[in-house]
Design a protein around this ligand. Structure first.
Ligand code: ATP
Ligand code: VIB
Length: 265
């Protein structure tokens, strides 16, 4: 009898909801514009390890220096060419000082250094949310996507997922196989975490995909850069899950909902 193929479950909205339902994860703050948004506050509260990649600490400090928020950063890592001295002093002089890790090599980015450090610190695997992922410079964004592939080759993939969170999307890598992605929140009455737009990107090379739960579902559909690609797809209004079967690794990207307001509460 054929063994049923195992389905990988994704519940990314839990990262952005209350602490009770959030899984354990590390928050990695990149050097990208940062707002004191609903999502940032939730992620800060829910994360069990808070790390800044070099100048990411400057971005946090711009927010925390007003209200003392976001001051319990635990680690700053990188070549430290962007970290401001007053920011380093601020985080080093907190009641629980941040550890500052200087890694000088010029063959990897501070994003990669930070992920590698978190992975070594938690060899059993810890999910990582990278804040500011694929938001700014194109080479940095493409390097972050490349690193999703590099790090997800790790055997700890299933316990150590990486989510790139920009101001308007969440992006993660679906390894070849079957995936079931919950696209609604898990809390009664919670405003929607995700919007409707979805893209499935064959960044690594051609794949054949089958989807359900999308307005433009496809079945055993060849996708490749230079061929066809599903972008600006929509989640069907009444579904809770989107399912994707893919013959090769692909990126899945979904828009964030409108709740991520700028209020300072
Ligand atoms: N302009 C940018 N656009 C997109 N991402 C960025 C940008 N600048 C920095 N980042 C992200 O934040 C991380 C930390 O940035 P950092 O403060 O070290 O800037 P950097 O010195 O330009 O980056 P790196 O040394 O990693 O090339 C980077 O590794 C990268 O992932
Ligand atoms: C082939 C090759 N291309 C680019 C770089 C440069 N580089 C890549 S990551 C990084 C760190 C940035 O802080 C730098 C400078 C290299 N070393 N090797």
């Amino acid at each position: 009898m054929a063994v049923p193929e195992s389905v990988i479950e994704w519940k990314p909205a839990k990262l952005l909801q209350s602490r009770e339902i959030a899984p354990e994860f590390a928050l990695l703050v990149l050097n990208q514009p940062l707002r004191n948004s609903h999502n940032l506050r939730k992620l800060w509260r829910n994360s069990s390890l808070r790390v800044a990649a070099d100048g990411g600490a400057n971005r946090l400090h711009e927010l925390s220096s007003f209200q003392g928020k976001f001051s319990n950063l635990q680690v700053i890592i990188g070549d430290l060419d962007s970290l401001h001295k007053d920011v380093r002093d601020f985080y080093s002089s907190q009641p629980t000082p941040a550890k500052v890790i200087h890694e000088t090599d010029q063959d990897s980015t501070d994003f990669a250094k930070a992920i590698t450090w978190i992975r070594k610190e938690r060899p059993a695997g810890l999910d990582i949310v990278a804040l500011g992922g694929i938001g700014g410079r194109v080479d940095q964004g493409l390097s972050q996507l490349h690193h999703l592939y590099l790090f997800q080759q790790d055997p700890a993939y299933s316990q150590g997922r990486i989510y790139l969170l920009s101001g308007s999307s969440m992006t993660f890598l679906l390894k070849k196989g079957s995936h079931r992605i919950r696209v609604r929140g898990d809390e009664e009455g919670a405003a929607s975490v995700f919007g409707k737009y979805v893209g499935i990107i064959p960044f690594k090379g051609p794949s054949r995909i089958t989807t359900s739960g999308l307005v433009w579902d496809v079945s055993d559909w060849q996708t490749e850069i230079g061929g066809k690609m599903s972008t600006s797809n929509h989640v069907q209004p009444d579904v809770e899950y989107v399912e994707v079967q893919t013959t090769e690794d692909v990126l899945f990207t979904i828009a964030l909902g409108k709740v991520d307001s700028e209020d300072e509460s």
